[in-house]
Design a protein around this ligand. Structure first.
Ligand SMILES: CC(=O)SCCNC(=O)CCNC(=O)[C@H](O)C(C)(C)COP(=O)(O)OP(=O)(O)OC[C@H]1O[C@@H](n2cnc3c(N)ncnc32)[C@H](O)[C@@H]1OP(=O)(O)O
Ligand SMILES: O=CC(=O)O
Ligand SMILES: [Mg+2]
Length: 557
């Protein structure tokens, strides 16, 4: 690119390889990038070590070990300590809507949705293309400033914020994901430090003046496997607070307990973040994915069909009870998770049945002691509010009700009890259809999509992938309409071929050819048949959405 063309102004050692855009440059400022680089330099060693420790733990599980409570941190679990008091601004989190930080229209809809909180996502719901990430940062900056608007020219609709909006939480990516469009000292930036650093730098002051009542900004932290990872986040928060000149403990975060190893570390995670915590959340979909991953070498712990692995399974119920118990004992919110149902537009009876499933799920959560929960779609908010508000009777949460007996009784065996139910070729087929269509959407830039009347995102799609892999790896017996067949590579190859044809028929030939379905089919089949399980679908496929523009930084060669 010609030296005279517009480019990002970066500090020493930082090179931006993503497309130049003046709107992106307004968030990729020299000072914001300097904060990201400082965080990366200070914490990269600890992140690398934490990722090595994840692999080491997995080697032990592969050798037959089971996850357990760590005897070395018994004092933390048994000690009588509390997290910092809940900030009044977010005492009431009965319904939280989630959605990607881009498209812009969705951000406005979510803030206007009537939910108490909007979790803007750079993670499960967002395909991390450069365009999505940077537009997401621009959207959130404008949302915090209160100036965000959008015009849908085709539909003649204007979008702007209501007087009353949801409080904003932001979910950066997990520790494992790189940001290949930003190089720091020659290596890819740690994705979540880019998401966190840019958002924090541009918004902490306006956020605290408006949404946080002196506290915040607020975050959700995904996919951690050990409290050492929470300690890194705590260090990042303290460094950012120092850089901004705000009090320690201003930043607050809810950690998603969505890996099996993290369920054995809930107290430890809260303890590391005790000055910065606003609770834990049951990230149920990634949790199921993690159960398979952790036990990938354990043939006695195969999952039944994905549709049968719900919160009624003993291991899922136990994890939610332990989470509630732990949070209330430490004085913070115990957030529920996401029901996958979304409104069904063209079938009133099916829509009512889906709504009823959501109501049931939320009633179970609030009765168990959850203080709030997630909604995937604005259309679900009235029903979820009714359930939660009806049960809470005017209280903003039920933290004061204290630790639950059900949670106190949960043992390590409860947390790993194998789920019950049948395994079928239809399950293999559905996993394949969902996995391929999700991956095709993700490669094309959409990180959350409606499929067969359910919300699908990176976490739910991962279940489809690893379940197929697990069944193949262990040659699981599958029911094929009364006949038993074994899961083999040959069976999967046939299923992929047939299901690709079915997807083509469902979406139409033209859309199929224009989309990235064929590529997605190849990647999905390869991942399901790989001798070693890939850690993350999105990590394996990430290189396919990276688009370098050399010359975006003036220092680039
Ligand atoms: C496992 C986990 O991590 S869960 C958390 C991460 N996952 C998510 O956040 C998924 C969030 N949900 C979504 O992305 C969407 O609801 C989808 C993709 C599932 C369905 O979206 P759509 O196909 O657009 O649904 P639909 O056509 O019914 O939308 C109707 C309207 O609601 C809006 N809408 C739908 N979902 C959301 C949402 N989550 N937030 C804000 N607005 C939304 C749409 O933008 C649309 O607005 P418009 O009428 O102004 O055009
Ligand atoms: O992030 C939420 C989950 O269920 O996964
Ligand atoms: Mg998740």
């Amino acid at each position: 690119m010609a030296a005279s063309s517009a480019c990002y102004d970066t500090p020493e050692g930082v090179d931006v390889r993503g497309r130049y855009d003046p709107a992106f440059a307004s968030v990729l400022t020299r000072d914001a990038l300097a904060l990201v680089a400082a965080l990366q330099r200070e914490f990269r060693g600890a992140v690398r070590y934490a990722m090595e420790q994840r692999r080491e733990a997995q080697r032990r599980y592969d050798g037959g070990e089971l996850p357990r409570f760590d005897p070395a941190t018994r004092a933390v679990r048994e000690g009588d300590w509390k997290c910092a008091p809940v900030p009044p601004a977010v005492a009431d989190r009965t319904v939280e809507i989630t959605g990607p930080a881009e498209p812009r229209k969705m951000v406005i809809n979510a803030l206007n949705s009537g939910a108490k909180v909007f979790m803007a996502d750079f993670e499960d719901a967002l395909s991390p293309t450069w365009e999505n990430l940077m537009n997401g940062q621009v959207n959130l900056r404008d949302a915090v400033a209160g100036t965000i608007s959008y015009r849908d020219a085709a539909r003649g609709r204007e979008y702007k914020l209501n007087d009353q909006t949801a409080k904003l939480f932001v979910r950066p990516r997990g520790w494992h994901l790189p940001e290949a469009h930003v190089l720091i000292d020659g290596e890819p930036a740690i994705g979540c430090l880019v998401d966190f650093g840019l958002y924090f730098f541009h918004n902490h002051a306006a956020f605290r003046a408006g949404q946080g009542a002196g506290l915040g900004p607020f975050f959700y932290l995904p996919k951690m496997e050990h409290s050492r990872e929470a300690r890194i986040w705590n260090g990042v928060f303290e460094r950012a607070e120092q850089a901004a000149g705000i009090e320690k403990g201003s930043i607050r975060a809810t950690v998603l307990v969505e890996t099996l190893p993290a369920a054995f570390q809930m107290d430890e995670i809260l303890y590391e973040l005790r000055d910065h915590s606003v609770g834990l959340n049951c990230g149920r979909w990634d949790y199921i994915f993690s159960y398979v991953k952790t036990f990938r070498a354990h043939p006695d712990r195969l999952l039944p069909d994905r549709a049968l692995v719900g919160m009624a399974q003993h291991f899922m119920r136990s994890y939610s009870h332990l989470l509630i118990h732990t949070c209330h004992r430490r004085g913070v919110h115990a957030m529920g998770g996401m029901a996958a149902q979304i409104p069904i537009k063209d079938d009133a009876a099916a829509n009512e049945a889906a709504l009823e499933l959501v109501r049931k799920d939320k009633l179970r959560e609030v009765r168990a002691g959850h203080d709030g929960t997630w909604a995937a779609h604005p259309g679900l908010i009235p029903a979820i509010r009714e359930v939660f508000e009806g049960h809470l009777g005017g209280r903003p949460n039920q933290i004061a009700a204290g630790a639950s007996d059900a949670g106190a009784a949960v043992t390590a065996e409860d947390l790993i009890e194998p789920p019950r139910g049948g395994r079928t070729v239809d399950g293999l087929r559905l996993n394949t259809r969902v996995g391929v269509q999700y991956l095709a959407a993700w490669l094309a830039g959409s990180g959350s999509v409606p499929l067969y009347n359910l919300m699908e995102d990176a976490a739910t799609a991962e279940i489809s992938r690893v379940q197929n892999w697990q069944w193949l790896r262990h040659g699981a017996a599958l029911d094929a309409g009364g006949v038993e067949v074994r899961a083999t590579p040959e069976l999967l190859a046939r299923v992929v071929g047939e299901e690709m044809a079915r997807v083509e028929a469902e979406v139409g030939g033209e859309r199929f050819r224009r989309g990235r379905y064929a590529e997605a089919g190849r990647i999905f089949a390869r991942q399901c048949m790989a001798p070693e399980l890939d850690d993350f679908l999105t990590l394996d496929a990430y290189n396919l959405i990276v688009a370098h523009h050399p010359g975006a930084t003036d220092k680039a060669e």
